[in-house]
Write a protein that binds this ligand. Structure first.
Ligand code: G16
Length: 539
């Protein structure tokens, strides 16, 4: 039943920040998935005795790609697959299943927060035995394979029925189809104080969780409504749909508009939250109040003692370089380790495995801990609920008290999308060339204290990664420039702005960052080089 099929390479199978992301139509080309998967299998080598976890966020083409992966796994000698029922599994749940079963890795079929559908995006995230996505050295080797692939192996059998939980054997490989929600719920129950969150809901506390028609709907309904007792209907857009019902499943102020409008209305719930396509990102809202992801990481870290799993102490904390420095002050206050890594959750994995950090987070709506090796949307929501239950304070009060204690890092990210890649590359090169001469440069009353490309030297594997360009000012303000690594076409220039104030904590972030934005534009020459005077997305 095993067939070897000739193929020719595609030239565009290089993974980005988190796996391979392309337009669905690109992925649907003949042998596209097959070439990519065979390249992975070739790099791993002997697959005999190996176990992999497979699932996805249910987006368009999930059902087709998963069948290809199953049949190719069997043909390549994989011994065992653990698959989410109907092909569904969130990214954090997948990481947990890999760790719990000591699997050799896993494949989550998702383009994360990117929209889904025939005219939208598809993707494949590949994790190894750590439960986290593979390091760049491995993805580079896979890319090399994709450029010279000439054949792939596949089992010539009918599609496998993924709807029944249980065990099957195909082509000499064993398959276990599991409930993708069950183990995840158990893990959350072990981390958080479910009894006190239950009491919170019993007292009349209200919440709205927007699953954005993506993978977390069933997880959220089970946890928030069925177990914790949030009123039925608290979880909205709960049914995972192949095109996410036309929603762009990115939980931010722009794309989670329905939730934002509700939470900023007079009928708002006490607490609001959203997750992205594959359930690793989160957005936190209070009544007419938004918590930036950078602040969220700092606040969770500062309040770790309320959480049963962390109350006895935590290791350090890490953030991506582009994330605001709010959590640095918390790390100093608690006397714990503090690390800055490049953008990409995979860079946290070594720090977690070596017990250097417990918490980590990114400005791109990602927060998580060492319970798994991916960011975790529902975990972040439960963490907030647990703090609220323990302190009896609102999201706004918790955040305001945090700013009163540590000062406020005003922070906004500006995305310039759909830029020609050559223009974007030149623009970044031009900024980088300018960096050495920027020290002492003054504009709008701000003076540059240092300017440098961000370079991360991993303390565990000693690899070195360059990602982003940093301009720091004498008052602690910062500009970071980066090109996104998660888009599926063209380039997105990300400009991250930050300004710190110890006592002036109630201002409008955009107003506070007006001057820094002007400086960022004149250093980068974005308007002149791209023709864009406004960002396409401001979060
Ligand atoms: C991925 C990575 C994150 C990263 C984000 C944005 O998240 O796992 O570490 O912050 O992309 O990356 P970029 O700025 O390069 O677009 P996800 O949720 O998309 O898998």
């Amino acid at each position: 039943m095993i067939k070897t099929i000739s193929t020719t390479p595609y030239t565009d199978q290089k993974m980005g920040t988190a796996g391979l992301r392309r337009k669905s139509k690109v992925v649907m080309q003949p042998n596209y998935v097959e070439n990519f998967m065979q390249s992975i299998f070739n790099v791993i080598g002997n697959l005999n005795g190996k176990t992999f976890v497979v699932g996805g966020d249910g987006r368009f083409y999930n059902d087709i790609a998963i069948q290809k992966i199953i049949k190719m796994s069997a043909a390549n000698g994989v011994s065992h697959l653990i698959i989410g029922q109907n092909g569904f599994m969130s990214t954090p749940a997948g990481s947990n299943i890999i760790l719990k079963n000591k699997a050799d890795g896993g494949f989550i079929l998702s383009a994360s927060h990117n929209p889904g559908g025939p005219n939208a995006d598809f993707g494949i995230k590949y994790s190894n035995h750590t439960g986290g996505q593979i390091p760049s050295s491995v993805s580079d080797a896979i890319y090399q394979q994709t450029t010279k692939i000439s054949e792939y192996k596949i089992c010539d059998i009918p599609d496998i029925n993924l709807s029944q939980i249980g065990h099957q054997e195909i082509c000499g490989m064993s398959i276990d189809i599991i409930d993708p929600v069950e183990d995840y719920v158990q893990m959350m129950e072990e981390i958080f104080d479910f009894a006190s969150i239950k009491k919170l809901f019993q007292s009349g506390f209200t919440m709205r969780f927007d699953a954005m028609n993506a993978v977390t709907g069933p997880y959220a309904q089970r946890i928030f409504e069925e177990i914790l007792g949030a009123p039925k209907g608290s979880v909205v857009n709960y049914k995972p749909l192949p095109d996410f019902g036309g929603l762009h499943p990115d939980p931010n102020m722009v794309y989670a508009k329905e939730l934002v409008d509700f939470m900023f209305s007079d009928n708002a719930a006490d607490f609001g939250a959203a997750n992205d396509g594959d359930g690793d990102r989160n957005m936190i809202l209070g009544k007419k109040f938004f918590v930036t992801p950078s602040d969220s990481l700092a606040i969770l870290t500062d309040n770790y003692k309320y959480i049963p799993a962390y109350k006895d102490g935590i290791y350090g904390v890490a953030k991506s370089a582009a994330t605001s420095t709010a959590v640095e002050k918390v790390a100093q206050a608690h006397n714990i380790g503090y690390y800055e890594v490049p953008t990409g959750w995979k860079y946290f994995v070594n720090l977690m495995d070596s017990k250097r950090i417990t918490f980590c987070g990114e400005e791109s709506f990602g927060t998580g801990s060492a319970h798994i090796r991916e960011k975790d949307g529902i975990w972040a929501v439960l963490f907030w609920l647990n703090i609220i239950a323990a302190t009896n304070k609102s999201v706004e009060d918790i955040t305001t008290e945090f700013w009163q204690k540590y000062g406020r890092n005003y922070y906004v990210r500006f995305d310039f999308e759909g830029v020609d890649t050559t223009v974007a590359d030149k623009l970044m090169e031009n900024i980088e060339n300018k960096l050495p001469s920027l020290k002492g440069y003054s504009q709008e009353g701000f003076t540059v204290s240092e300017a440098f490309p961000f370079v991360y030297n991993d303390p565990v594997d000693f690899s070195s990664t360059k990602n982003g360009l940093v301009v720091k000012f004498t008052d602690g303000s910062r500009i970071v420039y980066r090109l996104s690594g998660t888009g599926s076409s063209g380039a997105t220039i990300r400009v991250y702005l930050e300004r710190y104030s110890l006592s002036d904590i109630k201002q409008d972030p955009l107003k506070m960052l007006t001057e820094i934005f002007k400086i960022a534009m004149s250093i980068s020459e974005i308007p002149e080089r791209t023709g864009k005077h406004q960002a396409d997305v401001v979060t």
